[in-house]
Design a protein around this ligand. Structure first.
Ligand code: ATP
Ligand code: MG
Length: 396
């Protein structure tokens, strides 16, 4: 097996060739970003679920495990990346990149318009989300980082897979139920969202999909559709496995309603800590986080979801167990504890926010990175789509 240094060098060489082909300056592949995974617990547990049932694996360290995985995941440009996205998904993406897997990450803008978006700000939200991912440690030289709508094969495969899906199956999915509940008129796009997500994953023949807990059923649908396609048209796709954090970071809760998950599209910005929040905003949001009347600090997600959520954030950043936090906070009440968590969060996000600010000062650089990512994604997607067309009988 090649040492990681050589793998990185090889990946950079490929990216440089692509830059030359696209006429982009080579500076585009000299990322100035840093990985901000420092301070995270050295080893984290993840559930891998997939077609052969449920398996658990512990991963971490710097050695690439064998065999190499093909990782795909996406994030919607529906707002600013928050701590739930960061701990539930993006920090994991960075770890997988650092382990030397084939990593493909998308800003899934087609998904974002399943609910109304303001056309005047959507494009800058797309750039902001790409910059946020880079600021968190995604390296566009090693990862394929791209905007979904730049690769038309996503919408095309979505159609083919939609023809293999039943209406009943989609109506049961929890995200659809949750997001459509408040709507009088439900857009068709919201209903077929998981089919497009399956197309995203299968186009790149991803073996693993690191996501938050809320996406589990969608990855199961993608695995189901891979099998349905294979049965009908011959072996083409490998059903993907989901990777979800085993701890509570897989579903970080809202700071205002700790029974609900933290979300970008939740109307109240005080419900989440965003990457762009200033130290004052972080402090304010954490001071106002809903907890309960018990003053002691201990972990009990069933009866004390609010304070337990704060402990999850603290534990994920400091690498401490809940017992260690409890021992450290002996004699502190929840009000004092909120100030401590605020300090920890502010310090963790400071370098990421600084890097994000720096990246957003050079929009042309970001656009160039996304051009490069789109070209690399397109090359893979087009090859899968050619095979799909042939197998379905749409071409010879
Ligand atoms: P929206 O409210 O617009 O759906 P979101 O916050 O749910 O936004 P997505 O773009 O839908 O974010 O999801 C990006 C990734 O973040 C997915 O892998 C998702 O499972 C994960 N994720 C989202 N919210 C949380 C959360 N509260 N805790 C852990 N992971 C999360
Ligand atoms: Mg979501």
């Amino acid at each position: 097996m090649l040492p990681r240094r050589r793998l990185v060098a090889a990946a950079r060489a490929v990216a440089q060739q692509e830059c030359r082909a696209l006429g982009l300056p080579l500076a585009f592949v000299s990322p100035r970003c840093q990985s901000h995974v420092q301070g995270s617990p050295p080893t984290r547990r993840f559930s891998h679920t997939g077609p052969r049932g449920s398996e658990h694996a512990t991963e971490g360290g710097s050695q690439p495990p064998t065999p190499k995985k093909t990782i795909f995941s996406g994030i919607q440009p529906t707002g600013v990346l928050h701590l739930g996205n960061y701990f539930g998904a993006v920090r994991r993406w960075v770890e997988l990149q650092e382990q030397g897997h084939n990593v493909i990450f998308s800003v899934v803008d087609l998904h974002s318009i399943t609910l109304p978006q303001d056309p005047a700000s959507l494009h800058s939200q797309i750039l902001n989300m790409a910059a946020s991912l880079i600021a968190c440690g995604i390296d566009p030289a090693r990862a394929v980082l791209f905007q979904q709508s730049r690769v038309s094969e996503h919408a095309q495969l979505n159609w083919v897979l939609g023809c293999l899906t039943t209406i009943a199956r989609l109506g049961h999915l929890p995200q659809y139920k949750e997001k459509s509940a408040a709507l009088k008129e439900v857009p068709l796009g919201l209903y077929v969202y998981p089919v497009l997500q399956a197309a995203d994953i299968l186009l790149y023949r991803a073996t693993h999909v690191p996501v938050g807990e809320d996406q589990l059923q969608h990855i199961q649908l993608a695995a189901h559709l891979a099998r349905v396609f294979n049965n009908k048209y011959g072996r083409t796709f490998r059903p993907p496995h989901s990777m979800v954090c085993d701890d509570a970071t897989g579903r970080l809760r809202s700071l205002r309603q700790p029974t609900k998950k933290m979300s970008k599209s939740e109307a109240d910005p005080k419900s989440r800590i965003e990457l762009t929040d200033t130290p004052d905003q972080i402090l304010e949001k954490l001071k106002k986080a809903v907890t309960d009347c018990t003053s002691a600090v201990y972990y009990d997600p069933e009866t004390r979801p609010g304070v337990s959520n704060l402990m999850t954030i603290h534990s994920a950043i400091a690498g401490l167990s809940y017992d260690e936090i409890r021992a450290q906070c002996e004699g502190k009440d929840t009000g004092q504890y909120k100030l401590l968590v605020a300090d920890v969060v502010i310090e963790h996000l400071r370098p990421i926010r600084q890097e994000l600010t720096r990246l957003l000062e050079d929009k042309a650089h970001l656009v160039g990175l996304l051009d490069l990512g789109a070209a690399r994604a397109k090359a893979i997607a087009a090859s899968t789509w050619t095979e799909v067309r042939r197998k379905v009988g749409l071409s010879e």
